[in-house]
Write a protein that binds this ligand. Structure first.
Ligand SMILES: [Ca+2]
Ligand SMILES: [Ca+2]
Ligand SMILES: [Zn+2]
Length: 548
């Protein structure tokens, strides 16, 4: 369809200027040598005269007028008509200020003689559309049906029935169609649903907070799937539907409105974790190369893990590499509802693709420590500090529990206040408090089958370095050494820990190696004379190291 920009040629038509070529039979008047030429004051004046004449002939009808508050300009719209029928796409806008016409914009068509009596009735046009859409129950919004003039080409104007049609049970099927009123041919059809590849979902997290997140529209359903549109990595969140061994699904809704569920949190928080690592450290995704991230929520059972838990699976077994959020009994407890847990798992993936700390003994404890530290940092970056749901604190995983509770959660501010062994149901002889000082390191423990517990204390001893971070970032006093540290703030402490863990540690790094890496990082980032370096030393002394 050829539309004609008013400002480009209209005056020239009236001038019949020999300077400009006129394409055979059409109003596509332009200077072939200068097709990009825009309107000047003279051509605008000619548009004004033309429009005045055409209005008198009844070929333009004022449809609406809007005054813009910012500029105090009134924008008056005129619809092109022929024999009382609207011309599809023909509209001129006149801009007026203080009663004076400023200029014009819009498009119109030059139409010769035209028969405006249709051969087909609207009912026959609907029959044609039912064949076209292969749906004998196709319905029209009958109050929207109009006979219009449809410009098919430069010289080809058709009488057409413009109709809005719908399919039963398909709320996202809503199309405008133009049916040739002589032949029954469908001239043009398009969806009235404004669909973009990129869509933004609105949802409610498990603990009642509202969130926005990227989704994808496909076949009338919205999916928790960002195909590298909002963020430069592909993110998919799968709904395991609390069942075992079945086909797995990417979560979807029909209207992009997501009811309260931890799957909403998981999808949103993984995006937040991506943003945090990119904004703070320039890290593009878990592997710094925008690797695809899959998350699996509502997982019923993986092996014998029949309890609410979350983990990072770096291998391709199970359903695939990604983050798993287990919820076998559909209880009100959900790990995915806690931003620090999602941040914790995401940080495990960062570790895999950076230091790759071996998940056993002290290196394993450091792997866990990095995840607790940055799970909490991410919580502080996206939530206000406070107590209760959706608030940032120094406790780990509290939003996973319902009703809200801090008990049975690891604490960074006071690790000794909790005992993971007690929580896990071991007999009282095992009830070591979570350690806050290297003198409190829990020895290797064995279960009744003689098997080493917790991969040689990866979680059990994983509270000392998170407490170190707390002392440096927030400030505080260690319960064992009674040494005080002045806090330098999370914003300054986080780069030290990120640099040490991601850039300096190796698969076999132990606690002492970690202490050395942290000192090196503080020295490199802030200098030997800095407060940050001095407090890093203080904090290491507080948890039991001798530092010169
Ligand atoms: Ca919290
Ligand atoms: Ca927390
Ligand atoms: Zn972990």
């Amino acid at each position: 369809m050829k539309k004609i920009a008013v400002f480009l040629f209209l005056g020239l038509v009236l001038l019949s200027s020999g300077l400009f070529a006129i394409k055979a039979g059409s109003l596509s008047v332009m200077d072939p040598a200068r097709p990009e030429k825009v309107a000047d004051a003279r051509s605008q004046k000619l548009v004004q005269a033309y429009l005045a004449t055409e209005i008198l002939k009844g070929r333009f009808i004022m449809t609406r007028s809007q005054r813009d508050k910012l500029t105090d300009i009134e924008h008056i719209r005129y619809q092109q008509v022929r024999s009382g029928l609207p011309v599809w796409g023909g509209e001129i806008v006149q801009h007026v200020k203080n009663g004076k016409v400023l200029n014009y914009d819009g498009e119109y068509f030059k139409i010769g003689a035209l028969d405006v009596s249709p051969t087909l009735t609207p009912g026959q046009a609907l029959d044609a559309l039912r064949i076209f859409y292969k749906d004998k129950n196709l319905k029209e919004d009958s109050d929207q049906t109009r006979l219009v003039i449809f410009p098919l080409g430069d010289t080809d104007f058709r009488l057409a029935h413009k109709m809005i049609v719908r399919k039963a049970g398909q709320p996202l099927f809503n199309e405008t169609a133009f049916v040739d009123a002589e032949t029954g041919k469908v001239l043009l059809h398009f969806s009235n649903i404004i669909r973009e590849e990129l869509t933004i979902g609105l949802g409610v997290g498990k603990r009642g907070d509202s969130m926005k997140f990227p989704t994808t529209l496909s076949d009338n359903l919205y999916y928790l799937y960002d195909a590298a549109k909002v963020r430069p990595f592909t993110q998919k969140t799968w709904d395991m539907k609390h069942s075992y061994g079945q086909t797995i699904y990417i979560s979807s809704t029909a209207n992009n409105s997501w009811p309260s569920d931890d799957i909403v949190n998981v999808h949103t928080y993984i995006g937040y974790a991506y943003d945090f690592y990119y904004l703070f450290f320039g890290v593009k995704g878990i592997d710094n190369n925008n690797r695809t991230v899959n998350a699996y929520a509502h997982v019923f059972d993986i092996g014998q893990e029949l309890y609410d838990n979350a983990f990072w699976n770096p291998s391709t077994d199970m359903y695939g590499q990604g983050f798993y959020f287990l919820d076998p009994y559909q209880s009100s407890d959900d790990c995915g509802a806690a931003i620090d847990i999602v941040g914790h798992e995401y940080s495990h993936a960062i570790t895999t693709f950076h230091s790759d700390l071996t998940y056993y003994g002290e290196s394993g404890s450091l792997n866990e420590s990095f995840s607790d530290i940055f799970g909490t940092v991410i919580e502080f970056m996206f939530q206000p500090e406070g107590q209760g749901y959706n608030k940032a604190d120094w406790i780990h995983g509290e939003d996973a529990t319902a009703p809200f509770s801090y008990s049975q959660c690891r604490s960074q501010s006071d690790p000794n206040s909790n005992s993971q062994l007690k929580n896990a149901g071991y007999s009282s002889s095992f009830w070591y408090p979570d350690p806050c000082h290297i003198s409190q390191k829990i020895p290797t423990l064995y279960d009744s089958n003689g098997k080493v517990i917790d991969s040689n204390n990866v979680h059990l001893n994983g509270t000392i370095f998170p407490h170190l971070f707390y002392l440096l970032a927030n400030g505080g006093t260690n319960k064992v050494s009674r040494l005080a540290v002045t806090g330098i703030g999370i914003q300054k402490a986080a780069p030290i820990f990120y640099d040490a863990f991601a850039n300096r540690m190796v698969a076999s790094t132990n606690f002492l190696g970690a202490a050395n890496a942290l000192l090196n990082s503080a020295f490199t980032l802030y200098g030997s004379g800095s407060t940050e370096y001095a407090q890093m030393k203080n904090a290491l002394r507080a948890i039991g190291y001798t530092v010169n």
